[in-house]
Design a protein around this ligand. Structure first.
Ligand code: DAH
Length: 339
């Protein structure tokens, strides 16, 4: 019997496993209720008295060996850092990557730049704090000209010559002053007007100005260019030019695009007419060319200007222009998927 015990002891000492199931089976085999140790203990009463002492000691040795083995194996198990412990379930869906969203104004601005760059227009920029000459006088709006009232201006109080530009047309003046024809440029940027803030108007917004100067540029070229643009941006090529007035162009026109009257929204957006006004345009007034150092006998050109905010509202069916500057994350997040 004692020999059996000793065999078990060496078996226990030699045992090794790294699977929790195997260790548990081993524990049950030796230390479980119906395990070997209990069986040997039950034999104790049948052991001759002179062997009882040695038998008892050997059983205890086996018990200690088995208990220690189970403990060390279990401990080494928890030392093994499994992939599961570190990463969890590797087959679970990944955490979504938080993507930022571009601002709708930037999205639309880039779309417009992209369309015109495909027909040879470059991009030019100018300062938002302008002087009277570039914003008004050079554009055929001399001091005290009533047309200055078309745009309520923020002036710098201490210096009436300095103002926040009311339109990006100031950039066309700067560009003509510094470049020789042929000129094909568009000028996106922020502009300011002293207007009451409402769902439809704001004291700052964004425009894109377009300018094309060369020999023999005609009104037909202007119309073709705008038609190409509206087709590309809105997918609609039916436009109409309504006679209008701007001091810096002659003749001048307002451009409407035929939006359609298919849905209730079309009805609302176009006030039941199907037409939407999208920009102003015209042939650059010879006075403006001369003011900017371009010989109006040699060159002609067209210009146009549109509001980016207004186009963003149209394209994305946004009902309130203030949303574009309030930085409400719930609004901005909706543009994640847009380009
Ligand atoms: N500057 C005009 C505005 O802010 C827009 C505009 C109209 C620009 C006609 C032009 C143009 O270049 O030809 O209302």
């Amino acid at each position: 019997m004692i020999d059996q015990l000793k065999e078990h002891i060496s078996e226990v000492e030699g045992f090794t496993a790294d699977d929790p199931k195997e260790i548990e089976e081993f524990r049950i085999k030796y230390l479980g209720k119906k395990g070997l140790l209990n069986k040997f203990f039950a034999e104790f009463k049948n052991i001759p008295n002179d062997q009882k002492k040695e038998f008892g000691q050997t059983i205890n040795q086996l018990k200690t060996a088995a208990t220690e083995k189970v403990n060390t194996l279990n401990n080494s198990l928890s030392d093994v850092v499994t992939e599961d412990a570190v990463y969890g379930d590797l087959t679970r869906p990944a955490e979504p990557l938080e993507l930022g969203a571009r601002h709708p104004i930037s999205i639309v601005k880039d779309q417009i730049i992209n369309i015109f760059s495909r027909i040879g227009f470059n991009v030019s920029e100018g300062p938002e704090i302008e002087d009277d000459w570039h914003n008004f006088t050079a554009l055929n709006l001399p001091e005290h000209h009533p047309a200055r009232d078309m745009q309520d201006t923020f002036f710098i109080q201490t210096n009436p010559d300095i103002l926040l530009r009311t339109h990006t047309s100031s950039v066309q003046v700067r560009y003509m002053e510094n470049n020789k024809p042929p000129i094909r440029t568009i000028s996106p940027g922020r502009v300011y007007r002293n207007e009451a803030i409402s769902a439809r108007s704001h004291c700052f917004f964004h425009q894109v100005e377009g300018l094309y100067i060369d020999k023999d540029v005609s009104f037909a070229d202007l119309k073709q260019t705008l038609q190409f643009f509206t087709k590309e941006l809105f997918g609609k090529s039916k436009i109409r030019l309504r006679p209008s007035y701007f001091p810096f162009t002659e003749p001048s026109a307002e451009v409407d695009v035929y939006w359609g009257l298919e849905t209730e929204t079309d009805y609302k957006m176009t006030k039941g007419t199907g037409w939407l006004e999208i920009m102003g345009c015209g042939m650059v007034d010879p006075n403006v060319l001369d003011n900017c150092g371009i010989d109006s006998n040699e060159y002609t050109g067209f210009a146009f200007g549109m509001g980016i905010d207004r186009i963003a509202l149209l394209l994305h069916q946004i009902s309130d222009i203030r949303l574009l500057s309030e930085n409400d994350i719930r609004f901005l997040e909706q543009f994640k998927s847009a380009f």
